[in-house]
Ligand binder design. Sequence first.
Ligand code: ADE
Length: 285
Amino acid sequence: MRVDIVSIFPEYFAPLDVSLMGKARERGILDIHLHQLRDWTHDVHKTVDDTPYGGGPGMVMKPEVWGEALDAVIEDGRAASGPDALPRLIVPTPSGRPFTQEVALEYAGEPWLLFAPARYEGIDSRVVAEYGERLRADEVSIGDYVLAGGEAAVLVMVEAVGRLLPGVLGNACSVADDSFAPGAMANLLEGPVYTKPPVWRGHEVPEVLLSGHHGRIARWRRDEALRRTLARRPELAARFDQDDLDKHDRRVIEEFERSQERLEEGASTAGSGTAFRPGPDHMAD
Ligand code: ADE
């Protein structure tokens, strides 16, 4: 996969030389090209921003410099990949569509991604409008918080996409077992994991994991994933597809719901003196 990143801080992407992404680059699986946006300015100060029309705080990135930069990078890529090649343009912004595992998988199927991370209050909106007419341009958010710029979001996305490329992860199965992976893990968080020793500071590894019984281990892992998702991400659990749940799944969910009801009853009668106070023993196990 070819990845172009245009930024006023190309040095921000040094982490892509390290670990899994560094190896993917060495092996030629990930072909990353970094570009300094200021190289396409024409004034002595290398200005990339200006005041916003309509007033308000902060500065907006100028369309002309982005237009020249993106045209040049696209032309370069086409010279290397063929005249019909077009990148998928990705503009990180907190006002974009959410970046999810599903989007990461979709991007992993693309031959060429072009990232345009902004600083300041963002890029003049006509840039996405212009490129949206020529290629697929996505405004994407990595979460409901505001970063100082899109560079960190690009690092997140390149790593999430890069690890999905064939040959990057040693064990191909681990992608299918990821939290949120389509299939058995859709809308599910991964449960807890353990390694040796079997007892550490008095904490024991759940016995089932030492049993060598693959069927029981798979069932236990699914139970833990269900419970963790119900407890931590109820909005994901609300999206469980009933057709994907077997009898055992339903029992785990019912038990969890009963334990929550008991907790709520306990909370509402707390302080009455004789109230039933649920402890950890009353949580689903
Ligand atoms: N730029 C600033 N905040 C961002 C976010 N949450 N996602 C993507 N790009 C951003």
